[in-house]
Ligand binder design. Sequence first.
Ligand SMILES: [Zn+2]
Length: 415
Amino acid sequence: MRACIHRGSKQIGGSCVEIESCGQRLLVDFGLPLDAEENYSQYLPKIRGLDGSDPFLLGVLISHPHLDHFGLLAHISQKIPVGMGAAARRILEAAAPFMPGNWPTPPEGWNYRSGQSFDIGPFCVTPFLVDHSAYDAYALQIKSDGKSIFYTGDFRSHGRKAALFERLTANPPQSIDTMLLEGSSLGRIADSQQFPTEKEIENHLVHVFSTTEGLALIHTSGQNIDQIVSIFRASKRTGRKLIIDLYTAAILEATGNNNLPQSVWSDVALYVPHSQRVQIKENAWFDLLKRHSANRIFIEHLQQVSKKSTLLFRPLHRFDLERGECLSGATYIYSQWEGYWEQGSYDMVKDWLERHSIPKFSIHTSGHASPSELKKLVSAISPLNVVPIHSFFPEKYPELFPNVEAHNDGEWWEV
Ligand SMILES: [Zn+2]
């Protein structure tokens, strides 16, 4: 078996690995680089058969529904089958109508079930559900030719699904030759530092919500389900209802998990911002709207409910909130990667907050394993070698892990 990292040996984002055995090939992840300005085909790695003309390209296996792992699927033939979690697939389908431009909806292929192996040509694939900020995320074991690769994808053990990490490290896959190990946290935090747990995030939110007089605005990704659960629980603990928009309602429904907050729950409300009302009209999404309207509130109610509500904020809410005159005593909590804020992605929000004298807090935890969480997984699996991927600091790997074997983008090696 041979492998090649097309992108990701020295960067976070745009991950793509190709694996070959007996002349047949699989791609593992097919992501858009994080610094890509648009979802353009110019970011496609040079791989034979992306137009669907090569029967030896057997398929693409996606680890989880984050753009930097699946975003380039929009540019390849729909004839190439795609593997991913069934819930992840539903989430991408539910998100697609709300997204601008080249948002891919993956063609059929394989739906993962954690721990259940399946064959693709000469490969035997076993997915392992992991704790990550994307819902339905997997690590993948790929066996062929008597060799075995373990691709970690993105993972952590401080989220709401920490038990999955405990299970994997207590009962790890055996005889792994090569472990492709994500290292997003390396160089970002000290080797001994830990990220806060989602439980700690929840407690921190409780503190801010309970000292907020008016509406609590919290800016997070509608697809960071763990984080939405923390927000929902903190809202409940402080007597607040969680107000979501139609996009978030559709994503929560797509998880197919009735233990997660849903638009029909009595402590959840739906507010549809103006720009989404336009989209609904243009695209006739009346069934979707109806399904989520059990607890719908309108702009004239926002002021009245503001003291008892948490609103999952998206930048498109700014004009509605102004018109609803519901910002007195509001706080804004930024709950995403700090880099987006620093790079200026939300400068329009920054100006808006200043204009309305709304204080800003940052409460967030990483979707990625800390160095010590990474070490735990490596020592549990004990692979023959560790190959850096999804890190800006591959040179730090040998300080932390044994048997590191770094490979450059585009370089093939024998596993
Ligand atoms: Zn991810």
